[in-house]
Design a protein. Structure first.
Length: 419
């Protein structure tokens, strides 16, 4: 058997095939090579649905219809909701699974990069795979993650496939404000965030950026609904990013966002609340500016408590009054949870969030935000009156070059199977 397409001798061939293909055919170029090298019966890539609750099989076809699928030109998207089966378990546990299906053996490999679950690679083989073959499929899936990340910048195909419901204009604006990856694993921390949009879009956002020795993070909630709130959120997030990218301090970032909203909206009519943080990775010290926002929750040693912070005015209120920061010392094993009021008010007020967080301590942050998002929809949905947004940060300590990873994920941090 030839080497895995993710191993040295064949990697250049795979990358060349990807470059020769159109962006919409980049995945096919990789899966074709994988299938040929492993003598596969068939190979399939399923992209993670934008809701986080399904996988989507993208198929290019020139004839006929596929029952229950959406179609755009010659591309078909078939949604496969999570049902606790092997596809969901492979993503949940970040492990390669082998399932027997009649006379064939189907290998399910997570397509993941830095903890972001991009999708799933399925390969059907005529005989039971050896451990070496399983490792080759795992490496191939990791290669595929980079191919998808690189090529989705050039085409709408992947995002079209991921969208199971149409977006309004306000939702489109809001979506562009979010980071490309909702999950990030590093040696000293894991971060995952989520947004459940309201029916009329409430202007919630989250953001993060990892520097060499710092992690910047934020969660914001613009007042109002619809396009006005989306525009306010745009001004706020853009002000924060612009200041951050100019090397501004945390307090200066807050002031820049405040001024951006004040300078570009009718006086006093629009504003946003927010929590802005800067984590020093070598020490675990988190500096936080609370701009009129709900306080974060800290899960430590099995207990959940609200974190007391100095409260400042919202962003977009009073031009010259300075902001103040608070500091929080994170300890290894801590979990910090940032939320917007859509997780706390109206129908969502029925959720005992501290108790739920205690029940979820063994889950990866990627699973925590999904479970809590499902819970909000159950009690306040299906059409939410306000956006519900949350960001979960697990702190481990040990900043440096200590990350343990297998094919794009740390297996020791993944959630256990619930089968």
């Amino acid at each position: 058997m030839t080497e895995s397409p993710a191993s040295g001798a064949d990697l250049n061939d795979v990358l060349l095939a990807v470059e020769k293909a159109a962006p919409v055919d980049a995945v096919k170029a990789v899966t074709r090579t994988i299938g040929s090298n492993l003598d596969a019966l068939w190979v399939s890539f399923l992209v993670a649905d934008m809701s986080g609750r399904a996988l989507v099989r993208l198929v290019h076809t020139t004839t006929g219809r596929v029952s229950g699928a959406r179609r755009q030109d010659q591309d078909v998207a078939l949604v496969l909701p999570f049902n606790g089966g092997p596809q969901e378990q492979a993503l949940r546990t970040q492990q390669v699974l082998v399932e027997r299906d009649g006379d064939q053996f189907v290998v399910l490999a997570p397509v993941t990069q830095r903890g972001e679950a991009i999708g799933l690679l399925e390969i059907a083989l005529p005989s039971a795979p050896t451990e070496t073959t399983v490792q080759q499929v795992s490496r191939a899936a990791h290669t595929l993650a980079f191919v998808v990340i690189a090529n989705r910048r050039h085409t709408d195909l992947f995002e079209w496939g991921q969208r199971t419901t149409p977006f309004t204009l306000a939702a489109e604006i809001q979506r562009r404000l979010l980071p490309e990856a909702f999950t990030c694993e590093a040696d000293s921390f894991t971060l995952s965030a989520w947004l459940e949009p309201a029916a009329s879009i409430g202007g919630d956002t989250f953001d993060y950026s990892l520097a060499r020795d710092l992690l910047h993070l934020s969660i914001t909630d613009a007042v109002g609904h619809g396009v006005d709130s989306a525009i306010t959120a745009t001004l706020c997030v853009s002000g924060l990013r612009n200041a951050r990218r100019r090397g501004a301090t945390l307090l200066d970032q807050a002031q820049a966002a405040n001024q951006a909203v004040l300078d570009n909206t009718p006086a006093g009519s629009l504003f946003a609340t927010g929590l802005l943080g800067r984590l020093t990775l070598s020490s675990g010290v988190l500096d936080v500016v609370n701009a009129g926002h709900p306080t974060p929750l800290l899960v430590r040693d099995g207990r959940v408590e609200h974190v007391a912070l100095s409260v400042n005015r919202p962003l977009g209120v009073l031009r010259h009054k300075p902001y103040r920061a608070s500091s929080l010392q994170l300890l290894p094993g801590d979990r910090l949870v940032l939320v917007t009021d859509g997780m706390l008010e109206r129908g969502a007020a029925a959720i005992d969030l501290p108790a739920r967080l205690q029940d979820l301590t063994r889950l990866h942050p990627r699973e925590v935000v999904r479970v809590l998002g499902d819970l909000v929809l159950d009690v306040a949905g299906p059409a939410l009156p306000d956006d519900a947004c949350l960001l979960v940060l697990d702190w481990y300590g040990g900043h440096g070059d200590t990350r343990s990873t297998t094919a794009g994920a740390d297996p020791h941090r993944a959630s256990a199977s619930d089968r």
